[in-house]
Write a protein that binds this ligand. Structure first.
Ligand SMILES: O=C(O)CCC(=O)C(=O)O
Ligand SMILES: [Fe+2]
Length: 346
């Protein structure tokens, strides 16, 4: 077990709940409340849950996995044309060995200790074309934190349909995230609109990930080191190959195997901070021991970078003071990102 992990970063139990989101859009307030109670229970005990009937069409999920596999099968020099180090905004391709394990706040991993992780990734950030609430050409807010900007897309000759497919998936994922923020507000005993003003131009990132099969039988090379996610929450499409594990109170790594038709949702640092860590930002990692190639698509939902994350009064008391002073979402995410990539010049 990680020696001094905070209890708010460890799941209470071994079982990860499966939650049916059919009531997310319900016009019946009692149904939404019932769903909110299930979500509160999952967030306070585990920090992870599966969602079914989530509204993202299965064809979009399958298509985005197909184009991810196509992208990663390009020759390395083609992929390096989109190298993340060329971007000022942490967007683009990160080869195997291009990302550092940074650990968690309680257990940071120093640069010397950080091993090479067996994964490669293609990262994108918020753009107007993934936001169904924006008209084409809508302007971005001032880029105070150096995070809003351009993605590095492969052109149609390189990968036909790639950009359109990934953006199509993101439109659906972002719609789902905005609805989830409303149900999280309800779960926290707040008005459903509580977070609305903080998600005008949300600080969203997504990545396609490829975890190659272990190169040497019997030897495990970590795919993605132990970490918490940084934004508000993550929606993960993990394909059909297992590898994701979450850490529980007993120091056991619990496998979160793929369940057909579901996505995985996990709480991340910013939403956990808002709740004074009542919602767990649970430590997780990925080891692909399957012998197969593994692909996953996390979609990290964060609020507008200029939003202030400030612990809600109702989750503090004299015995339980705020876990952190108020901070800007953009400062938090930028600091984390700037430590994550090898040789990053941005
Ligand atoms: O690949 C996965 O299943 C999880 C990826 C993940 O935890 C991350 O990118 O933060
Ligand atoms: Fe993660």
């Amino acid at each position: 077990m990680l020696p001094s992990s905070n209890q708010s970063q460890l799941a209470e139990c071994a079982a990860i709940p499966v939650i049916d989101l059919s009531a997310l859009d319900s016009s019946c307030p009692e149904e939404r409340q019932r769903l909110a109670r299930q979500i509160y229970d999952a967030c306070t005990r585990v920090g992870f849950f599966y969602v079914k009937n989530h509204g993202i069409p299965e064809t979009l999920v399958n298509d985005v996995h197909n184009v991810a596999a196509q992208f990663f099968s390009l020759p390395e020099e083609e992929k390096m044309k989109f190298y993340i180090g060329n971007s000022q905004k942490f967007r683009g391709y990160s080869p195997v060995g291009g990302e550092k394990a940074t650990g968690t706040e309680e257990n940071p991993i120093s640069e010397e200790e950080a091993g090479v992780m067996l994964s490669e990734a293609f990262d994108i950030g918020y753009e107007v074309a993934m936001d169904s609430t924006k008209k084409p050409g809508a302007t971005l807010p001032p880029d105070t934190y150096g995070l809003y900007g351009e993605n590095q897309w492969p052109d149609e000759q390189t990968l036909a349909g790639f950009t359109q497919t990934y953006l199509g998936y993101c439109v659906s994922a972002l719609d789902l995230c905005r609805k989830m923020m409303k149900i999280f507000a309800l779960a926290l005993g707040l008005p459903e609109e509580y977070f609305d003003s903080s998600m005008q131009t949300p600080g969203v990132t997504s990545r396609m990930m490829h975890y190659p099969a272990q190169p040497v039988a019997g030897e495990v090379q970590e795919g993605l080191g132990a970490h918490t996610d940084w934004e508000c929450f993550t929606i993960l499409s993990q394909g059909h190959v297992p590898g994701l594990e979450i850490l529980n109170h007993n120091g056991e790594w619990v496998l979160a195997p793929p369940i057909a038709g579901t996505l995985v949702v996990n709480i991340a640092d910013c939403l956990s901070t808002w709740t004074n860590k009542k919602f767990k930002s649970t430590i997780h990692r990925v080891n692909n021991l399957s012998g197969e190639e593994r692909y996953s698509i996390p979609f990290f939902f964060g609020v507008d970078y200029d939003s202030t994350i400030s612990v809600l009064d109702k989750y503090t008391s004299s015995e339980n003071p705020p876990c952190r002073a108020p901070f800007k979402a953009g400062d938090w995410v930028r600091e984390k990102l700037s430590k994550a990539y090898v040789g990053y010049e941005g």
